[in-house]
Design a protein around this ligand. Sequence first.
Ligand SMILES: *Cc1c(COP(=O)(O)O)cnc(C)c1O
Length: 379
Amino acid sequence: MNDASKRSLPEDVAAISEAVAGAVLTIDLGAIRENYRRLKARLGDVRCAGVVKADGYGVGASQVAAALLREGCDTFFVALLGEGIALRRSLGPGPAIFVLNGIPPGAEPDAVAADLCAVINSVGQLVAWRAAARRAGRKLPAAIQVDSGMSRLGMAPGDVECIAADPQAFDGIDIRYVMSHLACADEPEHPANEKQRLAFERLRKMLPEAPASLTNSSGIFLGPSFHYDLARPGAALYGINPTPAKLNPMLPVVRLQAKVAQTRVIEKGAGVGYGHTYHAQGPLRLATISFGYADGWQRRAASAAWFEGTRLPFLGRVSMDSIILDISALPADKLRDGDLVELLGPSQSVDDAAGHAGTIGYEILTSLGPRFHRRYVNG
Ligand SMILES: *Cc1c(COP(=O)(O)O)cnc(C)c1O
């Protein structure tokens, strides 16, 4: 590996070498590309965007977007204007980049300069984007987001009715999509899905005719009536199961391994970790790994690491930079200082880890910290 060239990447984290890091995060860009192809196969002729908000769900927006670009993906979604500007810098001109949370008031010139597409969530944002188009002397691209029942982002039905009555409402605006977002798509039987779809139908008919976009990852699996013209998957690209009640149809993307800092043997009765929340019931062999809650592993999460298929339970509390593992199940001297144990990977999926932590895979991925050596493979 050429460390000098890694250092020139915009994400300086890539410069943390494996030798100095406490943990290694491996991101399989080939798996992301395969996941994109699998979603596209389900979508048929429907276009498929890539959602790369929150730095590509924690795994690197610029690397993920570049990989998706090679699969023919030409439409990306980020949450924040700052993310959009950074992504434009890394992708260069061409691909469409939509800013889901809308353009903050007064920042329209920054969005125009970076050639971003506004997601217009309110009448105020519509007025501001129209004014920006007037100043720019050309039409500006946008998606109009309507609230079909999630009550988070997008124009309320009353607002849609108002602007529908105004013939000048969209002057200067190139409406690329009318879009909305599903609240319960990961629960296929949830009645809100069909209710939202019908509300979306009604709202989009009031607006100028434009391609439509409704589904996230899980919504793709609700069937073709939800697909419209453009799907917006995020989670499934990163290997999170979009069909939680069924086997995961996606490939795993991340592997997280932490380094053993030290091993030791303790006697019966010894207290383990802060607060001595655990006491040894008998002699035990322990390993302390250089990985803790500062790396995004919740202090409350009861969990385990894995080594060559053997489960190594956490003992006591998760510390900021370390976790104590019970390695008594391994032969003595099997695990040594500097060896890597697995926290995410073939033995423990992102969704498994989320289950143990009482959260969702999205939060596991986006919590991953900045101290890892990051290795991008199969790019
Ligand atoms: C995050 C997000 C997505 C992607 O959702 P996933 O569940 O990760 O596929 C799509 N659309 C909107 C509006 C979003 O906020």
